[in-house]
Design a protein around this ligand. Structure first.
Ligand SMILES: NCc1[nH]cc(CCC(=O)O)c1CC(=O)O
Length: 307
């Protein structure tokens, strides 16, 4: 049993804190006597990191800041939205040790006026800064006008409420965790918007060599969610994707078989390449690799090259 206080690194955004507290609760439900402490990492504390990791996106910088807290023993575990964790460049001493039971991975339509994507007026102004969402929205309706939107979920909702957009797209699970699900007008089916790899999943990172902590984390790991997310992440890895690529991936289980879907689109939405593969989860790497190969051979290579 782990006797010390388990220190939990988290970003300090409202969603990140909710997710970290959720992990705390999960741990307490199994280990009622475990002592834990949240270590919120502030933006200004990351300024030295920002200089060192200039080539990272802002989200990547936060992930790095949490990783550094682990490497410097300021924390023992770090909580992330899996979709924000870059596919490559994780420190070699760290690992993704557990994924909690995944929530709804789909994208959601948020609007104060319109109830469905199909009911949006011609040339509707939609807020999203994700190329993946943009590509698929334009493929669905080429009259849509896609305008970037930044900031955390609350900031984006505020911009919607100020009338700057007809609708915005957010993660269904993010809205649910913030208890804002009432504001969701439509959960967008994956035929229209294939989610981002790892969307809707909370991941826990730890030091590889901390066997006691890793054994603890294993107890709150959801194997099914872990495998699904692994398949999606392998696909993105083999596609050589960054978080800026218009790539969607989604894995699910059906009768003990894993179904992995992948999609690469042009930013203008004119071309979308979508394929899927099915197989035993023992062969996850091979399924992901074969799917990436098939996508690349069928046009994804040219699309990704041009971006
Ligand atoms: N893009 C940022 C981000 N990273 C994780 C979530 C929400 C939580 C999740 O989907 O796991 C969000 C917001 C969003 O996409 O709407």
């Amino acid at each position: 049993m782990f006797k010390q206080i388990l220190k939990i690194a988290t970003r300090n955004s409202p969603l990140a804190l909710i997710q970290a507290r959720y992990v705390q609760q999960k741990l307490y439900s199994i280990y009622p006597f475990l002592r834990t402490e949240l270590i919120p990492i502030q933006t200004h504390e990351t300024s030295t990191i920002i200089n060192k990791w200039k080539h990272y996106s802002s989200k990547g910088i936060f992930i790095k800041a949490l990783e550094i807290a682990l490497l410097e023993y300021k924390a023992d575990i770090a909580i992330h939205s899996v979709k924000d964790i870059p596919i490559i460049n994780m420190s070699k001493n760290l690992q993704l040790s557990a994924i909690l039971k995944r929530g709804n991975p789909l994208d959601a339509l948020i609007s104060n006026v319109y109830n469905k994507l199909s009911e949006l007026p011609k040339n509707a102004l939609i807020g999203t800064s994700s190329l993946r969402r943009k590509s698929q929205l334009l493929n669905y309706r080429n009259d849509f006008i896609i305008k970037p939107i930044y900031g955390n979920i609350e900031t984006r909702l505020k911009k919607l409420d100020e009338g700057k957009y007809d609708a915005i797209i957010l993660s269904t699970e993010g809205m649910k965790r913030l208890k804002l699900q009432k504001r969701i007008k439509e959960i967008i089916p994956l035929e229209i918007s294939l989610p981002s790899c790892g969307q809707g999943a909370i991941g826990i990172q730890s030091r590889k060599k901390d066997q006691k902590i890793n054994a603890l984390l294993k107890q709150i790991n959801d194997k099914n969610s872990f495998l699904r997310v692994q398949a999606e992440r392998f696909l993105c890895l083999y596609l050589n994707a960054s978080c800026h690529s218009p790539i969607g991936s989604y894995a699910t289980f059906k009768d003990n078989q894993i179904i992995l879907m992948g999609l690469v689109g042009t930013i203008d939405g004119k071309t979308i390449i979508r394929r899927q593969k099915l197989g035993n989860h023992i062969d996850i790497k091979k399924i992901s690799f074969d799917l990436a190969k098939e996508l690349l051979q069928n046009g994804a290579k040219n699309i990704l090259h041009a971006i």
